[in-house]
Design a binder for this molecule. Structure first.
Ligand SMILES: *Cc1c(COP(=O)(O)O)cnc(C)c1O
Length: 404
């Protein structure tokens, strides 16, 4: 898919108009799992074909899910979308929709631990083969392609190593080999718009930045209408049949959190940039795409929507597991954030990815990809006084022996 290079994700959101049943400024919530029909033959029709504005059963479609899906499709510039019960529900449905037994997937080796485990441990039982590659090595990606490959799977900005996927080049490789480019954009909503560069499908964990209040688990798939409809097909759609559709009540609460996503992303990015610079000034090893020292800083600048900055995620190397653990405990004690997995919260969240969110990846493989056990992954919060937060973090890092 290719969308306008000047596309602005927040503009679409601002222009969406939904009215509630009584003219409410918020759309009505449809709290029903099933829908009545006046004529029996109408029900037969809808089982065979989707009829615009007609609902059958909420695992298939629910009006509230439709509002949220449309809004998310708007943010990514996609014609269609569907919301899922989790990010993993979205990712697994897409993979199983594309692949039959005997097919292959090319996947970046530095991805979310759950996705990695699904590809590595779960898909073999369906005889779907996965070739893990260094996604920054385009030659390796190209060489992994075969006539059986159905997709290239990557994260726009990878979890947790902050590798940037060259979406332009990857979509070229995908097109040439008749494969789909599927991009997980969970780390960089609004910051990167993968459809600008020819991605075919975008997946999200809404649990993170998009919902932003750490009170919901949800996911989304965005893409061409034909593909989304195939996921929801009553006879062979993987979301419809495996049942990963989101509950409509939850969709309503996530929709309301979406409205200030642009402001939150700007503030997350601003604070992350400030901390990254300050950590670097202290002589610490920090990985953040906004820093010139990031090996793909220039590539990131060719991909991002500058208004929204470089995102809210950064990676700090504390040198050893013991120091990382101590530093995180002290940072929590000094009230700079929480020692917790996940991301996109108003408070800073920090965790050691090697022994938590990426623990599905074996120690040996972690070493090979540069995932040391002294790493601290930070999802930087919305702090107004980030200068004070930094001073407290500096004290914690110093006390933990991170600085020399
Ligand atoms: C959290 C996360 C997922 C999984 O999402 P859930 O909502 O927890 O299922 C997938 N990809 C990335 C990059 C994530 O951070």
């Amino acid at each position: 898919m290719k969308i306008d290079k000047d596309f602005d994700p927040a503009e679409t959101l601002q222009n969406i108009q939904y009215f509630g049943e009584f003219g409410g400024v918020n759309p009505s919530i449809t709290d029903s799992s099933t829908y009545t029909f006046l004529k029996a033959d109408r029900m037969e029709e809808i089982f065979e074909n989707e009829i615009e504005g007609c609902y059958l059963y909420s695992r298939h479609w629910n009006p509230t899910n439709r509002y949220l899906s449309d809004a998310l499709a708007g943010i990514e510039g996609a014609p269609s979308g569907q919301v899922m019960a989790s990010g993993m529900g979205a990712i697994t449905a897409v993979m199983l929709q594309y692949c039959n037994a005997g097919d292959e997937i090319i996947a970046s080796r530095t991805i979310y631990g759950g996705t990695y485990a699904f590809l590595k441990n779960y898909l073999p039982k369906f005889n779907i083969r996965v070739k893990f590659v260094d996604i920054t090595n385009l030659k390796q990606v190209e060489e992994a392609a075969s006539s059986k490959t159905k997709m290239i799977y990557c994260e726009a900005l990878s979890n947790p190593l902050m590798e940037v996927a060259d979406l332009k080049a990857l979509s070229g490789i995908a097109k040439k080999n008749d494969m789909a480019l599927v991009v997980d954009n969970t780390f960089t909503p609004m910051v990167i718009s993968p459809f600008k560069f020819g991605a075919d499908v975008v997946v999200h964990s809404l649990t993170k930045f998009i919902n932003g209040s750490s009170d919901a688990v949800a996911g989304a798939v965005l893409g061409e209408k034909e593909f989304i409809d195939s996921l929801m097909d009553v006879n062979n759609g993987s979301a419809m049949l495996l049942g990963s559709t989101l509950d409509g009540l939850r969709a309503a609460s996530i929709l309301k959190n979406l409205r200030d996503l642009h402001l939150r992303m700007i503030q997350h990015s601003k604070n992350a940039m400030y901390l990254a610079r300050k950590f670097e000034e202290l002589g610490l090893k920090v990985s953040y795409p906004g820093l010139e020292s990031h090996p793909q800083h220039v590539l990131f600048e060719s991909l991002y929507n500058p208004k929204y900055g470089f995102g809210g995620m950064l990676l700090l190397d504390a040198g050893s597991k013991a120091k990382a653990y101590k530093a995180m405990e002290l940072m929590q004690e000094k009230q700079t954030g929480y020692l917790a997995v996940s991301l996109g919260f108003y408070k800073t969240l920090f965790s050691a990815p090697g022994t938590s969110t990426s623990s599905e990846i074996s120690e040996e493989e972690q070493k090979e990809m540069g995932l040391g056990d002294g790493l601290i992954r930070m999802s930087v919060g919305l702090d107004m006084n980030i200068e004070l937060t930094f001073e407290k973090m500096k004290a914690a890092l110093s006390e933990a022996g991170v600085m020399g």
